[in-house]
Design a protein around this ligand. Structure first.
Ligand SMILES: NC(=O)C1=CN([C@@H]2O[C@H](COP(=O)(O)OP(=O)(O)OC[C@H]3O[C@@H](n4cnc5c(N)ncnc54)[C@H](O)[C@@H]3O)[C@@H](O)[C@H]2O)C=CC1
Ligand SMILES: O=C(O)[C@@H]1CCC=N1
Length: 272
């Protein structure tokens, strides 16, 4: 394998998630942009990689020929076809990392040559701003060295933990998809303020800062969110009146259902 500075990293599939990971590792200086090669069938997404200083191609196999560590970042339903296409170019020197929701290590290993070092990752879109939450699991031929390399790279994108594979679909429901629930909540918070008379731009900025501050307090205090929530509630005050409305709307049960639905869907994608 190349020295860390010279590691050549490939992306087969050059969409939002691939670009997010590429941006995270380049910004952190983990990989030189010139040592990244991304492929996609059309130019539609490749411009964003070129803007980052990365090289691009329309040929997936070229990524395998030129790069040691290769992220597979197409939509999950396209991945089996892509795996069959690239399999002849995959060697035992490659480290193949799938980010596709639901696609299991078993499927990846079945469709690649025996002995291939395979890892399965579930990132989320805030990797773009290096505040991602990423978990990964390794296949039977990927060892400590490959896990350490991947963790070192992806730590540039935010929190990165190795977990049992069974947690990956749950992480998809919690965090991969969860980012969208948080945006929905941010939008609703701001809309409430707009309804009460605040200009939209200011309301959106304050909603985002409120989420950021609340999240930072959970991480920095280590307190359970229920304790932090109770600290905000003055008896007979504003917050408890608002929380009563959220409970009437079954916010907590609805969010739990959302995590369950996304996790179940990730598991279904894996069964295809
Ligand atoms: N968007 C997100 O928040 C997250 C996405 N993921 C996973 O990342 C993967 C990609 O998702 P997005 O980036 O959102 O999708 P996207 O649609 O933005 O990107 C998909 C890319 O694959 C390319 N592509 C299509 N057919 C191809 C082929 N035959 N060979 C090579 N490239 C091909 C497309 O041109 C595009 O560049 C999915 O498997 C998804 O499950 C995982 C976590 C979060
Ligand atoms: O919606 C999806 O399927 C992908 C996986 C997690 C986030 N986006």
């Amino acid at each position: 394998m190349e020295a860390r500075g010279e590691l050549r990293v490939g992306f087969v599939g050059a969409g939002r998630m691939a670009h997010g990971v590429a941006q995270g590792v380049v910004r952190a200086g983990k990989v030189k942009a010139a040592n990244i090669l991304a492929s996609a069938p059309s130019d539609r997404n490749l411009g964003a990689f070129q803007d980052l200083g990365c090289r691009t191609t329309h040929c997936n196999s070229e990524v395998l020929q030129r790069c040691t560590l290769v992220f597979l970042a197409t939509k999950p339903h396209l991945l089996p076809g892509v795996l069959q296409q690239i399999a002849p170019a995959v060697t035992r020197d490659h480290i193949i990392v799938s980010v596709a929701a639901g696609v299991t290590l078993q499927t990846l290993q079945q469709l690649l040559p025996a002995g291939t070092k395979v890892l399965r990752v579930m990132p989320n879109l805030p990797c773009v701003v290096q505040e991602g939450a990423v978990v990964f699991a390794r296949g039977s031929c990927a060892g400590e060295q490959e896990a350490a390399l991947l963790k070192s790279l992806l730590s540039a994108c935010g929190l990165c933990e190795e977990t049992p594979e069974s947690y990956i679909d749950i992480h998809t429901g919690l965090s991969g998809s969860g980012v969208a629930y948080v945006y929905l909540f941010a939008e609703a918070l701001a809309e409430g303020a707009v309804k009460m008379g605040m200009p939209s731009a200011l309301a959106n900025k304050i909603a985002a800062q409120t989420l950021l501050g609340a999240a930072k307090m959970i991480l920095e205090t280590g307190e359970h969110p229920a304790k932090l929530r109770s600290n905000v509630c003055t008896p007979g005050g504003t917050t408890i009146h608002a929380l009563h409305e959220l409970e009437k709307g079954a916010l907590r049960a609805t969010v739990m259902n959302a995590v369950e639905a996304a996790t179940t869907r990730a598991r279904e994608l894996g069964e295809r």
